[in-house]
Design a protein around this ligand. Sequence first.
Ligand SMILES: Cc1cc2nc3c(=O)[nH]c(=O)nc-3n(C[C@H](O)[C@H](O)[C@H](O)COP(=O)(O)OP(=O)(O)OC[C@H]3O[C@@H](n4cnc5c(N)ncnc54)[C@H](O)[C@@H]3O)c2cc1C
Length: 391
Amino acid sequence: MSQTFDVIIIGAGIMGCSTAFQLAQRGLKVAVLEKGDIGAGSTGKSSAIIRQHYSNELTARMALYSLRVFRDFAEQVGGECGFTQTGFVALVAAKDKEGLEANVNLQRRVGIQTELLSPEALREIMPGVEAADLVAAAYEPESGYADPYLAVNAYAEAARRLGAKIFQDTEVIGIRFAGGKVTGVDTPKETFAAPIVLNCAGPWGARVARMVGAEAPINACRVQVAFFRRPAGYEAPHPVVADFIHATYFRPETGSLTLVGLIDPAEADAVVNPDGFSEQVDSEFVLDSGERLVRRYPVMEHSHSTGGYASLYAITPDWHPIIDELLPDSGFFICAGFSGHGFKLGPAVGLMAADMLTGQSTPEFDPYLFRFSRYAENDPVRGRYEYSIAG
Ligand SMILES: Cc1cc2nc3c(=O)[nH]c(=O)nc-3n(C[C@H](O)[C@H](O)[C@H](O)COP(=O)(O)OP(=O)(O)OC[C@H]3O[C@@H](n4cnc5c(N)ncnc54)[C@H](O)[C@@H]3O)c2cc1C
């Protein structure tokens, strides 16, 4: 016998849970089906940096909206998301200075608190930083990072309080259709009925899309992070840094650790089977990321490596998500492919996906930019830097 819902969401990552919360708030009967545990995909392993440095208005607005939700999480959602305000700096090479300035102007226009910093001002905010190769930096005092596991579980709990049902250990293995319209999904244990199904399966998004015969250009790509313990005298948290010159990002982690990852377009080449890849960090990665970190933050020369891990990005050709009805007029929607920068956008995405599913619209968050057809139309989302991840 099948249980019946208004909407079935496949995947309990930040996107699935934030959307479930928004839909439940609107009074819809929602089920989230998750093949593992809540946050088992990219979300639980996210570096969860919350910055607003984007080069198109929509993503900048989404980042600003979402930052405010993370900052006021207890009132807006309920529970804890572990938001820690450290400030954020973006460092670019001289050739990208114009782009940086244009981005900062755009961000200020949409209401983001951000400014250009001279190398001297940067050194004041972050003692010990190497700034000799910099012409300018962008600074966001309000940004920081969150605890992704806490955040996604708090969203799930908030959705549950509003009546949503979350089924863990429940893998969707087929999608049911009748007369061109979706009618529900199959799992190994039972079927679930609904006239609307949303694919929030992250790195598995293409696989789930294939269940309805659609080819979504989303690759599961293996990415790594490493941790280093800061030396005596530098235990206090430093700002979050996106260093486009050394193609790294780093942020403080509890226990005087610094977490380092790459901002490297080549990460799109590491396509793997999302159900069978090494989750251990490679020793070469620890060495390489550590060296890059030391070049920007020389005090880390005296740090100790404390390991790391590998996880998955869901990367699309333009490093931006697909938020759309995948098969027109079918009730089968997709919200996936966040390409390594989706966590920070989760609250806004939940709002946008809920609007899309209920036929509502919030004009400042029109998801048209993320339509599926943009790839066929050769009209991808374009960023201002060659590093597409900065959007
Ligand atoms: C190492 C790392 C660092 C990152 N750092 C940042 C950062 O600093 N800032 C930032 O904004 N973003 C960051 N990201 C990206 C961000 O984490 C992701 O964009 C975001 O978490 C994607 O969320 P999601 O809900 O789309 O996907 P996921 O969290 O992957 O959720 C998809 C879920 O679907 C489930 N699923 C899949 N197939 C099925 C099925 N058939 N049936 C049922 N369930 C299914 C999976 O088990 C999974 O739980 C990072 C990601 C990684 C891996």
